[in-house]
Design a protein around this ligand. Sequence first.
Ligand SMILES: Nc1ncnc2c1ncn2[C@@H]1O[C@H](COP(=O)(O)OP(=O)(O)OP(=O)(O)O)[C@@H](O)[C@H]1O
Length: 901
Amino acid sequence: MESDSDSDGSHISATPPRQLSPPPKPQPPLLVSSKSRVRIKPSKPKRTPSRHSKNPSKPDPNQQDPLSLPTLLPFQIRRPSDIVPASSTSHSMETLPAGFFFSNSASFSKIRRPLLNLEPSGNEPLLSSASDSLSKVESDEAKKKPGKKLHPNLIGASVPMPSVKLRSCGGEGNFVRLNMSGKRKKFVNKGWKKSGKFGGGKRYKRGKGKLEHETEKAESVELKPRTREIDCSAVEEAAATVRADPSDENLEKLLKLIYGYECFRDGQLEAIKMILAGKSSVLVLPTGAGKSLCYQLPAVILPGLILVVSPLVALMIDQLRALPPVIKGGLLSSTQTPEEASESLNQLQQGATKVLFVSPERFLNEQFLSTISAMPAISLVVIDEAHCISEWSHNFRPSFMRLRASLLHKTLNVRSVLAMTATATTTTLDAIMSALDIPDTNLIQKPVLRDNLHLSVSLARNRMKDLLILIKSPPFAEVQSIIVYCKFQSETDIISRYLNDNSILAKSYHSGITAKERSYVQELFNSNKIRVVVATVAFGMGLDKSDVGAVIHYSLPESLEEYVQEIGRAGRDGRLSYCHLFYDDETYFKLRSLMHSEGVDEYAVNKFLCEVFPADKNSCGKICSLIRESASRRFDMKEEVMLTLLTRLELGDVQYLQLLPQINVTCTLAFHKTSPPLLAQKVSAIAVILKRSEKKHGQYVFDIPTVANDMGVTAVELTNQMYDLKLMGEITYEMKDLAYCYRIVEVPTDLLSLSADITRWLSEVENCKVRKLDIMFNAAYFAANLCDKMHDCSSANHTACLQKKILDYFAGVDNTDFCKKISQSSPFLRADIKVFLQSNSQARFIPRAIARVMHGIASPAYPSTVWSKTHFWGRYTHVDFKVVMEAAKGELKNFVGKDMP
Ligand SMILES: Nc1ncnc2c1ncn2[C@@H]1O[C@H](COP(=O)(O)OP(=O)(O)OP(=O)(O)O)[C@@H](O)[C@H]1O
């Protein structure tokens, strides 16, 4: 097909345009050319005889929910009227009657949930103390109640109990007040606030932050602890008894004293006993099953420190807040100010902290490692959300990968490790156990799903309307607290507005709103002032509202792990709760495209490695850096991907490098007192700086690692020296360009084969993500279309078939019932690519870059602000990405060949 090379080809494409859009302006050349183990059976819903169940096709018109709309949904979910609501005090995971059946119009006669009662209504230098400023509250309270101590903190062999006999430790737990803004401002202590707020959330943003992954949010939040009166001396006595004899009975007594719970839940006792015996273990319990208690209780019994490594600041805050008041907690994360950080470290060094929550980045910080290795014994390291260790999990974190047995046991002399997760497949579990050196015998695994979750699925035709109808129909109509999960931030705002317009009190929650707003929304939800939170994945982890009665997936989750994690927010009180999933092809295609957004090819990996390792063969020991932002654009690689590659180079079979703290590497320095040459005579660092810097407008600009290398010191040592000179009034300086820093340990001899190896691994990771999404989509598709009433399923109840799919998946059983929605070919694809190349002949592409445009995926070098204007943007999401890449490769060969002389 011929085209005008000045045009973008919009008007002459092989396929008709989806929508009219202005052609993109010709772009400057960008890149190189193409040359270059589960134990439960799915619970069978028990049918309790009832009026409805006898004749489900004849609903009782008197029981029609007044809020019900004439439904467009293929079903309504209802429960036989005579099913006894699960006890509100239930905290066990007992099987609940789930006698649901399909009906078009019937509703409940009994309501299991309360009726609505709605009132309108750097990874580095920054650390902190989160559990600060309890002292004032403590002393005020102590004045009021002599003999009572609000926060007696540590109980354990290494920390003697206060000589004053404590009758009770008051109800205040760990108070959290954090600067999470990333701005290094210091908190002004405004004292205790009654209305505690909490929030946060970690986000990775895909594209323009539209598709969310959880990440740290950096703003100021203030939290109040959960309260409960505890008799400290009784606790200490009971703990001493357990130390002498850790019998079930003694442990239960301690449990009751601290928490008021009558008995342990499934798996808890086993895990606690393993820890007390000094054994490392992996604990796989479903969401809301009470994993935190498994390290909290040992904290009261064991001497020394308990470190909890957690992926999210929001999660850490919530867990710190949830500590019983007899356990003094602390927090260290890179979002804290240096002042807060040193306060936390001080408390730690003084032995005042019993349980320290720490981010993996902070944990791996050299300064922190040297502080804790100098401290008395670390009894236990807990790795929360341990699936983050594995690249085969749904939520891999490179920094988690660095938490290895060698570091924990050999370097830190940790007594035992507890790895906790609710969502790990057998492959992920293998990876966790091998990284942490935990034997198979020490795996405590319970069914991944609680059986109080009623699961249903439907194909979304008009999702907004379908959602409204679902929420206004039984049983959802009777549920007080509902979470609606969306994939994109913009969806959450639109939907919450739509629900409010339809008399349903709702608020949106995503990482695009401030921490304050998020705390406010969570507070409204927790106090039942709003009924629905429409949220991205940013809402959930760490959310322990026990009476969330329903979770609705407005968009397909990316994996069964994500699905299980999110439906796990429902029914944490053990009561029957409802989880509905809407699925549709368009969302599936869109998400499937996004699964390829982090993929890289051998060409890019090779280019990356060539820059990571300088040509100089004698570079071992040299400190190098990669400025995150510019390198990301240069290699067309996301920053997280670069970090993953560097981590792989550190932790692979050969250690090629050692990662160092990320710092700003470009320094602009000005002299104020002594003249530069004179100061250089006195201070060797200045002499090197003068030699290595460029003079711009009277200031000296230099690269920190280069100067540090010349001086034979670390970058941190150099900046410390500069800081001292600054304090003396000699210099001022500014640093910019946050960079990954590393020390070269060994230069690879064969970069090409190393690139090939790494690319193969990355490609497997990419395929794994796509497969996870395919399995999720297939499970939904199967339930809605093919299930054919297996295992007591009906159109409205797919608990049994979905449970089976989930359990099979987590047990590693391959689901073969794949539906092939994704096309493996398209008649117009090659022609469209040709037109695209002709119309953008000024730009340089590799096949992946073209496939990304055709799939509508932005990347650092091809931002959506520029490339979404092309007519071909996202046109081929329904065709397999690899097929598009192959077609692009073919067309690029033709195109480059034609241009050649
Ligand atoms: N033995 C028990 N009896 C009654 N309630 C318990 C028991 N153990 C824990 N709980 C309660 O269960 C709730 C959930 O506990 P927790 O937050 O530790 O769950 P989790 O397993 O970490 O869940 P998630 O993976 O979703 O974060 C908490 O409110 C906790 O107090």
